[in-house]
Design a protein around this ligand. Structure first.
Ligand code: C5P
Length: 305
């Protein structure tokens, strides 16, 4: 996160870090149809970039490699605009002042890709506007607002390694260390509701106990029991996911899998060099796919509002 210029509160920047579900166990279903999850989540150092500036009127402009995919989203459904408007209403209700804001979103991550996307953008908007407007919101109200925007928005507000339960509202930081990581997406958008609908079992066992320290060997052992229950229905819809995960396994990843409802797959590596070799080989093999060489954030590195 960085601040620009001498007048820090006239302009604020945020990174909407890509969210990676290292494991996603579907453990049940609520009466309203939402699924209960047990998920080990981390975040990439990279993500969409957002800039917020005090302005005469509200605006949202888009740039970046994946801006076009968002151009078709009606303004009322855009999570950045929803986050702005709902936060403004919450802040205004407690008598605090807000300003019109010009928002610039550089969409560098693929959309409908299982890595947060709109949720990370919404969370970054909440963090950015709280700083721009210099206002105080009770943490519980902020969490409620975030969850109403989407089940993944509260975890994206934290943007650090965590275990998520419930539908994503029960969050506990975990001591997961940072890893060199490669993200690969065959650029096939996936509809999250469709994947949840196609799930065969909704009562799978939860994740076992996780290490309490950042000990690399202990984490490596715990990865063995992890899985993503959304992967079989996602692979049925997008066969390239199975191919992508196979390629990551062959690339000597310490641990690999699919994030969220797909189609992005991740590989964690022991060294920078191993991750770079994997990224280069994957880009050469499938030049039209999205391949990102990055790191996961270390525990304690996140942006906590
Ligand atoms: O909360 P969000 O809008 O991101 O979720 C999109 C859709 O994914 C929901 O409408 C629901 O169909 C499905 N979903 C679910 N259980 C979750 C999260 C999402 O069934 N825990």
């Amino acid at each position: 996160m960085s601040l620009n210029g001498p007048d820090t509160m006239a302009r604020v920047e945020e990174i909407a870090r890509a969210k990676i579900n290292l494991a996603l166990h579907v453990t049940g279903r609520r009466a309203d149809g939402y699924h209960l999850l047990d998920s080990l989540v981390t975040f990439a150092e990279d993500g969409d970039e957002l800039r917020f500036e005090v302005a005469e009127t509200d605006s949202l402009t888009l740039g970046g490699a994946f801006a076009q995919s968002l151009g078709t989203v009606p303004p009322d459904d855009n999570l950045v605009i929803k986050a702005r408007d709902r936060l403004r209403a919450l802040v205004g209700a407690s008598g605090q002042k807000t300003t019109p804001v010009a928002i610039r979103l550089e969409k560098t991550l693929p959309v409908a890709a299982g890595i947060g996307g709109g949720s990370a953008d919404a969370a970054a908007t909440l963090r950015g506007l709280l700083r721009l407007w210099q206002c105080d919101v009770p943490p519980a109200s902020l969490q409620t607002l975030a969850l109403a925007l989407g089940a993944d928005v509260p975890m994206c507000l934290m943007s650090k390694p965590l275990r998520a339960e419930g539908i994503g509202e029960t969050l506990a930081p975990v001591a997961l260390p940072s890893y060199p990581m490669v993200l690969v997406n065959p650029l096939q958008p996936v509809s999250t509701p469709e994947i949840f609908q196609n799930l065969e079992r909704r009562d799978n066992p939860p994740i076992g106990p996780l290490p309490e320290s950042p000990d690399a060997n202990a984490w490596l052992q715990s990865f063995a029991g992890l899985r993503n229950d959304l992967q079989p229905p996602a692979e049925a819809l997008v066969p390239e996911i199975a191919e992508t995960c196979g390629l990551l396994r062959e690339s000597l990843a310490l641990f690999s899998g699919m994030s969220g409802s797909g189609a992005t797959c991740f590989g964690l590596y022991e060294s920078e060099r191993a991750a770079m070799r994997a990224a280069l080989a994957l880009s050469a093999y499938r030049p039209q796919w999205y391949v990102l060489l990055t790191h996961t954030v270390a525990a304690g590195d996140g942006d906590v509002p």
